[in-house]
Design a protein around this ligand. Structure first.
Ligand code: JHZ
Length: 394
């Protein structure tokens, strides 16, 4: 049932930035599979959560204005549309969503202690735990059933999805709402953004696969929103099947039809995608090498988990991209996983001596271009691989 379609080579843990360049860092196979029965796309090698989501997890959701705005707007929508008395967030990171609610109404679940501490310190109840059935049982005993459960960019990171949805369904009230959002498989395939695959992203969801998956737990999607965040995400609004008060929006059917039109339910689509990925690698390397042959310098902009996949799959090292800049304190002065490329602290001055910047954070292109308007006017040119490798000429 699980059919192989792409090998992205050996990859280090995507968020394992270290102070020293380790030549023999642990690397794991990154192979992609399509399940012909339930239509789920996943990676084969599962790394234990404890190895990936540690107490020094460097990714902070609050590092971009775009994400802050997106979560703030969602909090307004939740309050107006669903008026929940109790809210639980699975994977609350540094509190980008929960801090928009009253402290007494919201509970955060965050396995990375360094992140959980940030919200706890602000007085938001945060369980420093991994999401599973055991925890759901304890929460129900302590707090009762929950009106609204939310999770962004987290459920695709958990290997046992049956346990995930069983636990959610168990904790949610009969009329409760579940909202989840994750990168859209359709957008990823359309944009050839193969860097959405790394060891933390065990699954890439589509409306087709999510609706197949949640059926077993008596859950169904009743609304869908396509978002621009993370290069194209989908927000799924989910309810219990027995709750007939809420109508199912036409958008759900439309999304599934769209995905089918694009062939997301067929293996051949993924085989074609694999061919495009190989070409994308070749073309990106040609661009970088051509620039270097003219003695021009390249910096990486945004030391993302996605960029780790690109660097290791395309075998890009310091001779092509000298450094990366990033605003996240936890990443600065460390090395890109698997590569000898150092991350330096972002300042506009740090970009001055470079001719080109490779967009590691291509998903924030708009925000970054606005910020770097002056430099772009002077001489800085951006390189991206999405949806095809090119130098962006303004
Ligand atoms: P960003 C992470 O992926 C990992 P990444 C994780 N697995 C996941 O699912 C997604 O997030 C949601 C920096 N930056 O969001 C900040 C600047 O330096 O694309 C971040 O380090 N300057 C949990 O890592 C990085 O770029 C800027 O102006 O692929 C962005 O990372 C901006 C806007 C960002 O996620």
């Amino acid at each position: 049932m699980n059919k192989f379609f792409l090998n992205l080579g050996k990859q280090p843990l995507a968020n394992n930035y270290s102070r020293f360049y380790k030549k023999n860092q642990n690397k794991y196979n990154l192979k992609l599979f399509f399940n012909t029965k339930n239509k789920m796309v996943s990676i084969s090698k599962r790394i234990p959560s404890e190895k990936m989501f540690t107490n020094n997890y460097p990714y902070r959701s609050s590092m971009s204005k775009t994400m802050k705005t997106s979560f703030y707007e969602l909090s307004i929508e939740i309050k107006k549309r669903f008026k929940p008395k109790s809210i639980l967030e699975i994977g609350s990171n540094d509190g980008i969503l929960v801090t928009n609610f009253n402290k007494k109404d919201v509970i955060g679940i965050e396995p990375c202690n360094n992140l959980a501490k940030i919200t706890s310190k602000k007085g938001y109840l945060t369980y420093n735990k991994y999401w599973n059935y055991e925890l759901a049982k304890n929460l129900k005993k302590k707090h009762g059933e929950i009106n609204l459960i939310y999770s962004a960019n987290t459920l695709t990171h958990i290997s046992n999805l049956n346990d995930v949805f069983k636990s959610i369904s168990f904790l949610l009230t009969q009329k409760g709402i579940l909202i989840i959002e994750d990168p859209s498989l359709l957008e990823c395939i359309k944009k050839v953004s193969y860097d959405q695959f790394y060891n933390e992203h065990i699954y890439l969801f589509s409306a087709i696969s999510v609706s197949n998956l949640i059926k077993k737990f008596n859950l169904e999607i009743f609304d869908i929103k396509n978002l621009k965040t993370h290069g194209g995400s989908i927000r799924y609004y989910i309810k219990k099947v027995e709750n007939r008060d809420i109508k199912i929006s036409n958008k759900v059917k439309k999304q599934i039809e769209n995905e089918k039109k694009f062939g997301l339910h067929k293996l051949v689509t993924y085989k074609q995608f694999a061919k495009k990925v190989k070409l994308s690698k070749k073309n990106l390397l040609n661009i970088l090498k051509k620039i270097k042959s003219k003695n021009k310098s390249i910096i990486g902009y945004g030391a993302t988990a996605k960029a780790v996949t690109i660097l290791n799959y395309c075998n890009i090292n310091k001779s092509l991209i000298k450094n990366f800049v990033d605003t996240t304190p936890e990443k600065i002065n460390k090395f890109m996983p698997g590569k000898n490329i150092k991350i330096i602290k972002y300042t506009q001055n740090s970009l001055l001596k470079y001719d080109y910047a490779f967009l590691g954070a291509w998903n924030f292109k708009k925000e970054i271009f606005k910020k770097e308007k002056k430099l772009i006017k002077k001489k800085l040119r951006f390189i991206t691989h999405v949806p095809w490798p090119r130098i962006i000429r303004k």
